[in-house]
Design a protein around this ligand. Structure first.
Ligand SMILES: O=C(O)CCC(=O)C(=O)O
Ligand SMILES: [Fe+2]
Length: 282
């Protein structure tokens, strides 16, 4: 029996009693709707082969290989592996792999002209302690913006790159660094829900277009301070077999990055774009 329950007051929904690999279109529809309504969808107790995870991910959109080529699965470039090859051959810990996603609250793919619609993870190994993923609602962030700030940023674009102002691009191959910035509206209307959210990523933004440098820095600081609303958060404590998908158009996330490094924390990940990639931004 399928059970759907909300796990956070403004973000997060958990589904149990369903095998995602067996779903037909009618069975998938309530999951997709629950995801749109709650930004983060957790499905418990799955047992998936690589191809099954990819097939389930494709129900949400177009699965796109991630620009970090070194962490792609050798047989299936659409699958990124998180937590693999954490230790270098000399035994030292590779922080870029261990702390991937843990430096900042962020949204995935803001450096692309068409950012990722969604990111999905499947948990294969989970440490005894730590290693949670934190989520926060971009709708709650928009709701918290003072009128003055909403008016200032209405219709305004931000410029984003992979490494942002600090050039944190250790996971990219040298030939993939220094890509030109892309522009996205800071206040974004979600194509499917029609709700407004704050589209922002403090680690990837370079500047606010049309603002003087000092004002741009002030705006970035102000948005960074308000993007995470206490009542807009959900913290996911992983279990092996969890499949979690989040909507990068209207939420932020961050790995806690605090687990014992000698223990395994391994996920498969897919990066999903919108169906109409050539069309308007979702
Ligand atoms: O490992 C995690 O908890 C999330 C990492 C992350 O930011 C991502 O997969 O996009
Ligand atoms: Fe991420």
């Amino acid at each position: 029996m399928i059970q759907i329950r909300q796990v956070g007051s403004r973000i997060g929904v958990e589904v149990s009693g369903v095998a995602v690999r067996d779903l037909d279109d009618a069975g998938f529809a309530p999951l997709y709707q629950a995801w749109l309504d709650h930004n983060v969808l957790v499905v418990k107790d799955q047992d998936l082969a690589l191809g099954e995870f990819l097939a389930y991910s494709r129900r949400f959109g177009v699965v796109t290989p991630h620009p970090s080529k070194s962490t792609r699965h050798p047989d299936m470039p659409e699958i990124t592996m998180l937590g693999i090859n954490k230790f270098r051959t000399d035994g030292s810990l590779d922080q870029a792999i261990y702390r991937r996603g843990a430096e900042n609250w962020h949204t995935d793919g803001a450096y692309d002209a068409v950012p990722f619609k969604a990111t999905q993870l499947y948990a294969l190994a989970i440490p005894d302690s730590g290693g949670d993923t934190l989520f926060a609602s971009g709708y709650a962030a928009y709701d918290a913006m003072p009128t003055r700030l909403r008016q200032r940023l209405d219709g305004v674009l931000g410029a984003f790159t992979y490494g942002g102002r600090t050039k944190a691009d250790a996971l990219l191959n040298p030939e993939d660094r220094d890509r030109p910035p892309v522009l996205h509206p800071i206040i974004r209307t979600h194509r499917e829900t029609r709700r407004k959210s704050l589209y922002f990523d403090p680690g990837k933004i370079l500047y606010i277009q049309g603002a003087e440098a000092a004002e741009s820095d002030d705006l970035i600081e102000e948005l960074t301070a308000l993007m995470i609303q206490p009542d807009g958060q959900y913290r996911h404590k992983w279990q092996v077999g969890d499949v979690v998908i989040w909507d990068n158009r209207c939420s932020y996330h961050k790995a806690a990055g605090d687990y014992p490094p000698e223990q395994d924390r391994i996920h498969w990940r897919t990066s999903i774009k919108d169906w109409d990639e050539a069309g308007p931004r979702a």
